[in-house]
Unconditional design. Sequence first.
Length: 150
Amino acid sequence: MIKWVNRKFRLTRTTDFKRVRQHGRSYAHPLLVLIALRAEAGQRDDQPVALAAVQPADPTTQSLPLTRFAVTAGRSVGNAVQRNRARRRLREAVRLQLRSIKSGWDVIVIARRPCNEASFSEIQSAFSLLLQRAKLYQANCFPNEQPPSS
């Protein structure tokens, strides 16, 4: 079982957030927004993209990195209790899909105001739909069936 709290699956640095927000591709749904950007091979977390391309990569980081996620909820979602609830539900939706998502992506998931009134199954289907639109599902993830749809 994959735990969300494992640090290797999280975007934590401000520079990572800014890079994904500025250069990533955005996919919107009434419940949430997904922003995805392919992670650079050989890029370390503490290195900007430009420096990673110039400096030789560390041999241990030559393979395609893991997909890392960040989940946020702005003040428009509600007070602190409502924002925390929205983040918990989105983190769980991400955790349930981690095994079926392609490696090598940095992804930000942003909760929108209606996320609090939606059921968890609606949040899951919205997240699956956005993953499909972003083409982030692994090719061999659903060998005999179509990816989940809403």
